[in-house]
Design a protein around this ligand. Sequence first.
Ligand code: CA
Length: 369
Amino acid sequence: MKRKDFLKKGIIAGAAGATLLNACTDEATSSNTGPAIITDKKIRWKMVTTWPPNFPILDEGCRNLAKWINVMSGGRIEIEVYHGGVLVPPLQTFEAVSSGAAEMGHGVAYYWAGIQPAFQYFSSVPFGLSAQQMNAWLFGGGGMDLYTELYADYNLVPFIAGNTGVQMGGWFNKKIDSVADFKGLKMRMPGLGGKVLQKMGGTAVLSPGSELYTNLERGVIDATEWIGPYHDYTMGFHQIAKYYYYPGWHETGSSLECIVNKRDFENLTPDLQEIVRTAMYRSNQWILAQFESKNNEYLQRIKDESDVQILPFSDEVLDALKEKAMEMYAELTANDAKAKRVHDSVWKFKKMISEWHETSEKKFLNNLQ
Ligand code: CA
C-alpha cells in the first residue's frame, strides 16, 4: 500500500474510532446510575516504531509496553506493534501518529529535528544530561511541561518510555590523541554531534546502521558511534576496530519516547489514561535497567574476546569538543525561540544538578573501587 493511501485509510479509521469512543464517553457521563466505563468496547491501537525487527532491548520494550497496557486495562486496550517500514517508513513515525494514521509511535525525539529543532533536547544533546538528570529535569524540573506543550502543536501527547544511559564515544581505526587528530576524520555521527565533529575539522558521515560494519571495515569511514557495549557487540565492531573510546559526549543519556495521538489519548477514560501513563513510567525504568545491565556484561565480553583498546578521550579533546558544542548551541538557538526556551531550561537545570551531583553521585562513583 502506498504511504499516502495508508495515511488516508488510517485517518478514516481513526476518525471512526474517535466517534465510537465519544459516543461511549457521552453515554457514561450522562447516566448517573450506569457504569462509568464501557468494558465491552475494545480499543485497538497501532504502535508504529522506528526500530527494525528484533532490535535488542527496544523491540522487546515496545512489546512489553503494549502488553502491560493490555493487561492493566483488563484487555480494554489492545495494541499491535509494527516495526519500522511495515506500515510507514521509520522516520515517518511522528507524522503517522500526528495525523492519526497510527495511535502510538515509538522512537527518539532527535529523529524529528527537521520538524522542530527544539525536540532534540527531549532525547539527548551533546554534553547534555545523564539518564538520571534527564528524568529529574523531565519529572521534577519542568521538562515534561515543555515537552507536552511543544508536541501539542502537532496533535501529540509525548511520553518518555526509556533511556539508553550514557553511550560510548565510538569505534575508531585511528588513534585520537589530540584535537589535531579530528582533522579529516570521517566518522558516522548523526545529528548535533555531527555538527560538532564538523567544527572540529572532521567529516560527519550519515551511514545507515546496516552499512556501518562494511564501511568501517573497508575504510570508507575511519570511525563510527553506535550505542553502547551491548548493541555495539551485536554489530561486531570489536572484530574490525582498533580503539573504543569513551565517553559518549554526543549522547549522554538518550531518552526513548512513545508518542500518542492527542485526540486518541483524550478520548480515553481517565483510568485508561493513567494506565497508559503508568506503563510508560515502567517502560522508562525497564529499558534503562536493560541497557545498564547488558552494557555492563558486554563491556567485559569485548575486553575478553578482542584486542580492542578501550580508551578515554583526553581532557584536552573533551574540552575542545565542549567548546565547539557551545558554538553549535549558540547557532541553533540564535533564531529559534522554541529551541532557546528548551535549551535554557535544560542548561539552567544542568548547572544546578551538576553541583548537586558533584557532592553526591560523582564523589560516590569516584570512590567505587
Ligand atoms: Ca548513538
